[in-house]
Design a protein around this ligand. Structure first.
Ligand SMILES: Cc1cc2nc3c(=O)[nH]c(=O)nc-3n(C[C@H](O)[C@H](O)[C@H](O)COP(=O)(O)O)c2cc1C
Length: 140
């Protein structure tokens, strides 16, 4: 489940999803703005990707994730990643990660950060997303 205003987080989310799918798992990659809490039900692993805006995810995404926990329960693994500027200390993924840990879901790994260079993703970040997908597969 991704949020994306300019398309960068979406691009990474699709790479991660394709990598996991390529290993034979059933994967759905969804835009949060067109999704509801019902889309989280029965899904073993939640991978959440969000841009960092004013240090946090956009309000709708945070609300959706909170409602997803209410609807789908806490018996899920998750990974949270964000896109952000490296110079800022925390990003959206830290917020989402903490929210889900507080609610009793199981993190597969610490919050993951992908870095922007101005308005573009740094050139090496797509390869890092492929690596993240492979790491997730190895932990399932
Ligand atoms: C209004 C606004 C606020 C932002 N605030 C932050 C911020 O607090 N920290 C940060 O690292 N990047 C910040 N950024 C940069 C975003 O992280 C970047 O636009 C985003 O990761 C791009 O992802 P997207 O293409 O999926 O929307 C901000 C960008 C905008 C437009």
């Amino acid at each position: 489940m991704y949020d994306s205003v300019f398309g960068n987080t979406e691009r990474l989310a699709r790479i991660v999803a394709d990598e996991i799918k390529g290993s034979g798992h059933e994967v759905e990659c969804r835009d949060q703005s067109a999704s509801g809490e019902e889309d989280f039900v029965g899904v073993r692993l939640w991978v959440l990707g969000s841009p960092t805006r004013w240090g946090r995810p956009r309000f709708r995404f945070t609300t959706l994730v909170k409602n997803a926990v209410k609807e789908a329960g806490k018996d899920h693994d998750f990974v949270a990643f964000d896109t952000k500027y490296e110079k800022f200390h925390t990003g959206s993924a830290d917020r989402l990660h903490d929210l889900l840990v507080r609610n009793g879901l199981r993190p597969l790994m610490p919050a993951q950060h992908f870095f922007m260079d101005g308005e573009e993703l740094r050139p090496d970040q797509e390869e890092r997303a492929r690596e993240l997908g492979r790491t997730i597969v190895s932990l399932l």
